[in-house]
Ligand binder design. Structure first.
Ligand SMILES: NC(=O)c1ccc[n+]([C@@H]2O[C@H](COP(=O)([O-])OP(=O)(O)OC[C@H]3O[C@@H](n4cnc5c(N)ncnc54)[C@H](O)[C@@H]3O)[C@@H](O)[C@H]2O)c1
Ligand SMILES: O=C(O)CC[C@@H](O)C(=O)O
Length: 530
């Protein structure tokens, strides 16, 4: 299968090189208007962006063939991941390609702030020589407070410690072991705000981190401290920046990122403040970082399109397992079982439980996605895949309960789907023999053994002589050939379940004479042709 990619932002040419080596056609276009992009995107299997293109829900809706959105970088705030997930589109980023560059830029900003480097350079360029005005401060023996001790935060910590700084951090999700290994004391947020001489943030912009420092909590800051933000605009409340300085809370602020890029007029006005220094989102702008992220995203997207590897995927977390040879038969089993189960279940059933027994239980997450894919493909007109199956299930109000059992009793692996207590049929179990022999092995506690393929007529019948002859006779009269058959019962003379595999697709008309036979109840026709 041949794929095509559209590069929308200024990504290093190494990306093209990698895609082309992998036999993938690449087009680069940075100048599409909104309407043109909505049309153009339809042709592509993948798009590559940095931060300039907004990948909105609306755009993703037009992208009929899109399978993957690649972000050459870390932050994905310009991509509507929820909408991509709903559309079954994979979103990937390159989590560490620009870590070192951004950490170095942050360290540069800390030093530039401490020594008024940008302001004094500017002064000299304009023919001035104001040595007194640009008196600075040493970072040595000062405390660096880091909010967000992830990849960049940790790199900044290591570098600034070499300058003689004491490093403390706040990160509710960082492990104590990690902090200890970096020799960093973890503090509560307010404690860190009151301790740090320099505060640098390295978190994503979230509800929790938005406006983390503002006039509202400014009295918690150590007086005269410095603020640095090379993470995401808005973590320090932008409207308050100048006042934080003018009211004496903060000595200076260094920014690389803004809530709107380029900034709007009001923000530009703030950035003119003599104690605010700013760069135009340059953290990752080094040749090395851009080469790394371009190369990484191209490899990752090529692998994902070829279903080889899903490294860097931010949605469809379990799909990385689909390349695992051991999981593949279970995935197929789960999908066919989901399809069989939904055809057997009563209309409007919305409570399902999935039970996994044996070795397959360790993959229950992705197997649940796969059962849902099989179930929903009967109900949802859009294409359902492992990325969006749960989204559609939630959307339709399906309630899913998952259990795992290690003891399988009879089979090495068994998956059971249960749906509804008062229905004609309530549960179906299936297993896989070898690599691709998928079998129904139990319906409502009746042992059955039938391959899960083609067209199956399932009915309950009174366990009495002549039932089978009646059904096969009704089929023979209509030229319906029986391929295989399995009959399960509990006690002699009570009820039985019969599953008949037939050689062709049956119509309602053809099923009618069978349904009307005396002793045949609850007939269901199951098609497992896809
Ligand atoms: N300026 C640039 O050009 C540039 C380049 C790369 C990354 N970034 C940005 O830098 C930020 C950090 O990137 P990273 O690669 O280090 O990410 P990361 O995922 O490795 O680290 C983020 C850290 O933030 C912590 N965190 C999350 N919520 C928090 C909260 N409420 N309070 C405290 N800590 C919290 C997480 O636990 C994690 O340790 C991201 O926003 C990224 O988009 C900017
Ligand atoms: O592409 C860029 O230069 C932005 C990089 C950075 O903000 C990121 O999140 O990776």
């Amino acid at each position: 299968m041949s794929f095509s990619i559209l590069i929308l932002d200024n990504v290093d040419p190494l990306a093209e090189k990698v895609f082309e080596e992998r036999g993938i056609k690449v087009t680069r276009n940075h100048n599409l208007s909104g309407e043109e992009l909505h049309q153009e995107i339809k042709k592509y299997d993948g798009i590559v962006v940095r931060s300039s293109t907004t990948v909105s829900a609306d755009l993703l809706k037009s992208a009929e063939n899109l399978k993957v959105v690649g972000r050459a970088g870390v932050g994905v705030d310009n991509i509507d991941i929820e909408a991509a997930t709903a559309e079954g589109i994979l979103v990937m980023n390159t989590p560490d390609g620009n870590t070192v560059s951004t950490a170095e830029h942050t360290c540069g900003m800390i030093l530039a702030l401490a020594r008024n480097i940008p302001q004094s350079v500017d002064r000299v360029k304009n023919g001035g020589w104001d040595r007194k005005k640009y008196m600075g401060t040493e970072v040595h023996s000062k405390t660096l407070g880091i909010i967000g001790l992830g990849k960049i935060g940790a790199e900044v910590a290591q570098r600034m410690r070499e300058f003689g700084m004491t490093v403390k951090a706040y990160d509710p999700f960082a492990s104590v072991e990690k902090a200890e290994s970096l020799n960093i004391e973890l503090l509560e947020l307010d404690e860190l705000l009151g301790t740090a001489d320099f505060l640098t943030v390295h978190t994503p912009l979230t509800e929790k981190t938005k406006g983390l420092v503002s006039l509202e909590n400014a009295d918690k800051l150590k007086k005269g401290m410095y603020l640095v933000n090379c993470a995401r605009g808005g973590i320090y409340k932008e409207e308050d920046l100048s006042q934080l300085i003018d009211n004496g809370y903060v000595a200076g602020i260094a920014l690389d990122v803004y809530s709107q890029e380029p900034p709007n007029e009001a923000l530009y006005k703030q950035l003119k403040h003599p104690h605010i220094i700013s760069t135009p989102h340059l953290g990752a702008s080094t040749e090395e970082a851009q080469e790394k992220v371009a190369e990484q995203i191209a490899y990752q997207m090529s692998d994902a399109l070829e279903q080889k590897n899903f490294k860097g995927s931010l949605n469809g977390k379990s799909i990385s397992l689909i390349t695992n040879k051991e999981v593949q038969p279970y995935l197929k089993l789960a999908e066919i079982l989901g399809s069989a189960a939904i055809q057997l279940a009563p209309e409007n059933a919305n409570n399902f439980s999935f039970e996994y027994s044996g070795a397959c239980a360790q993959y229950s997450d992705v197997l649940t996605d796969s059962i849902l894919k099989g179930m929903l493909s009967h109900h949802v007109s859009e294409s359902v895949n492992l990325i969006n199956a749960r989204h559609y299930a939630d959307d339709r109000g399906l309630k899913i309960r998952e259990t795992k059992v290690s003891d399988t009793k009879t089979f090495n692996d068994l998956i059971t789907v249960t749906f509804g207590e008062d229905a004609d049929y309530q549960t179906i179990s299936a297993t896989v023999f070898g690599e691709d022999d998928y079998r129904i092995v139990e319906i409502d506690g009746y042992g059955i053994e039938l391959r899960m393929e083609g067209d199956i007529v399932m009915y309950q019948n009174v366990d009495k002589p002549g039932m089978l002859a009646g059904v096969s006779g009704a089929m023979a009269k209509q030229g319906i050939n029986i391929g295989a058959l399995s009959l399960g019962r509990t006690d002699k003379g009570s009820n039985a379940i019969t599953a008949v595999s037939v050689d062709k697709e049956l119509t309602e008309e053809e099923l009618k004479p069978i349904i009307e036979l005396d002793g045949v109840n609850a007939l269901k026709y199951i098609s497992l042709n896809n």
